[in-house]
Design a protein around this ligand. Sequence first.
Ligand SMILES: [Ca+2]
Length: 217
Amino acid sequence: MTSCTPTETIIHESYDDKSAKEVRKISGWTKNERTNPKKAPVTLLPGYGQILGRFVKNKVNGELKESTVSKTFVVENASDTTNLLITFKLFEFDKFISWKEEGHVKINNYQIALGPFSHSETQQQSDYSFFEPIDNGKEYISIERKSQQMKNYFVQTNGKSQKMDEMHSVSITVPSVVYQENDDGKLKVEISFLFRKGKKKQSFGIDDFAIVANRNC
Ligand SMILES: [Ca+2]
């Protein structure tokens, strides 16, 4: 008999334990996998240590493509795992102007929107939650995004002075159908934005990426 832990953090990545160069080499996160695959960059951010990013506008042969960062995990004992809770900090550098930036998280074959972003509103209005039906409506992936901190200049750039950066916490509950379809418990996570403006005006980063497994013990 193997022992079963009902709730277990199976992944927690803070990107702080090694030099930026080393983290870049070993993190396993790939940027722009479909268009121009590269190891994800690492940036030092006061207050958060090192983060993954910044991820910026992705233009290929004159055509705008999504800026993505992705990694494939393996869920051990997938058949006993009833659901997964994925959490991460999402850094919004400069302004994501509501509907103009299409942000998504894709988990295996299932895509869920990160919702509208806006700075001219109260915190409550910029928070977002959604239940995405999957598997013909039998299950759903739920997502919650909460504004945690707004600050002028998390990252110093030469952008305009009225810029405002924001850190959001994102929580996604993933039902077992998403990862039990694959016999090996494969879990591919991709975070993406379609940016129309350059690095000085729009970019994103992530930190404290974690996966908690809830098991039926
Ligand atoms: Ca960190």
